[in-house]
Design a protein around this ligand. Structure first.
Ligand code: 5GP
Length: 344
């Protein structure tokens, strides 16, 4: 456990509102109570966490984010949520994080204020925390095209203003809603403006969309659960992924707890790994799935019987795919140093 915790790790797939720990949620709730604002939380925290064997399916799981959203509806609480979450990732031995979040208009702030608040929280945190943090702006597949355009334009504007903080745009949300093809123009525009692209891809069986996504050549994809023919993909899409060299952000516990994978040992990780597709271990929603990045590394080590060098190499290789290219050398030296000291 100590090895996985102390290994300097890279988190590339973490949704802010899914990452809120119980302790963070309690602090946020207290903030609302002290400020005399109703947090509109009518659900209990117990409903927020989705453990192993939970009866809810992937689609039901999207409901739980409303609980977190009720606690991050003001600039102050969003800022606190960001800061506390970064702190927790650092405490877990994470040295670099690309946190992602979907800007929303709430009764207390606009989408612009939403992005601004996270950027400010990240900049402030960099003064007291050693973890390097960046923002990937999310578009939800359920967003209307005009809403998605608004978000993309804000992402471009903030990328210009804060190129070292706002680095990418991603597509997430319930995979049963919306179509990637409707968002292609938007992602092309942001890519031209210099933003990197990552797409939730193949969370449900949809070979046609998976192929469109791979052909778009995103910098990374998330999950990739149903790409291999054994998991609802086809030979064509699997071959396209293998040829593309696109890295996959893999979230073991998230997939098992939402029953996207039957159990850890039959998770598609091993198919990706054996096919030499770059794999990056990530948490997805550490609050919802009660996990941590070091726990994901530990589960990977135990399940797939990888030795310490191979496990540490997962963190080292992840650095090739981070969006802040200027941080690669610094981080590689850090992880290599750890390997030299701890893996001989
Ligand atoms: P937020 O963007 O509000 O900070 O984080 C929560 C949002 O992330 C959810 O509403 C959902 O759109 C997205 N999200 C979190 N986990 C997943 C996941 O496993 N799959 C997909 N497709 N989207 C997710």
């Amino acid at each position: 456990d100590r090895f996985c915790r102390e290994l300097p790790k890279i988190e590339l797939h973490a949704h802010l509102n899914g990452s809120l720990s119980r302790s963070t949620m309690l602090q946020l709730q207290r903030y609302y109570a002290d400020a005399g604002i109703s947090d509109e939380t009518n659900a209990f925290f117990d409903e927020f966490q989705i453990g192993a064997g939970d009866t809810r399916n992937l689609s039901d799981c999207f409901q739980v984010f409303n609980i977190a959203h009720a606690l991050t509806s003001t600039p102050e609480t969003l800022k606190l949520a960001t800061t506390l979450t970064l702190q927790e990732f650092q405490e877990d031995g994470c040295c670099y994080i690309e946190l992602r979040s979907t800007p929303r208009d709430t009764s207390h702030m606009t989408k612009r204020q939403y992005i601004d608040t996270i950027v400010q929280a990240m900049q402030k945190s960099s003064q007291s925390l050693s973890i390097i943090s960046l923002l990937i702006v999310s578009i939800n597949r359920s967003n209307s095209i005009s809403e998605a355009e608004e978000i993309a334009d804000l992402a471009i504007e903030y990328h210009k203003k804060f190129p070292n903080v706002v680095v990418g745009l991603e597509l997430s949300g319930n995979p049963g809603c919306g179509k990637f093809e409707n968002f292609v123009k938007i992602f092309s525009k942001t890519r031209t403006a210099g933003l990197k692209v990552t797409l939730h891809c193949g969370e449900i069986s949809n070979p046609e969309e998976i192929l469109q996504m791979i052909q778009f050549k995103p910098d990374r994809i998330g999950h990739g659960t149903c790409i291999h023919p054994k998991f609802g993909g086809t030979d064509d899409v699997w071959e396209a992924l293998c040829k593309s060299g696109i890295p996959v952000e893999v979230c073991l516990t998230s997939n098992v707890n939402t029953k996207s994978a039957p159990d850890y040992s039959s998770h598609h990780f091993k198919y990706l790994y054996d096919a030499n597709i770059p794999v990056i271990l990530c948490t997805d929603d550490k609050g919802v799935f009660a996990t941590s990045l070091s726990q994901e590394y530990r589960i990977c080590l135990d399940t797939f019987l990888l030795d310490k060098v191979k496990i540490a190499s997962l963190a080292l290789n992840a650095i090739k795919y981070i969006f802040a290219e200027d941080k690669r050398k610094l981080l590689s030296d850090k992880v290599q140093n750890f390997i030299d000291k701890n893996c001989v």
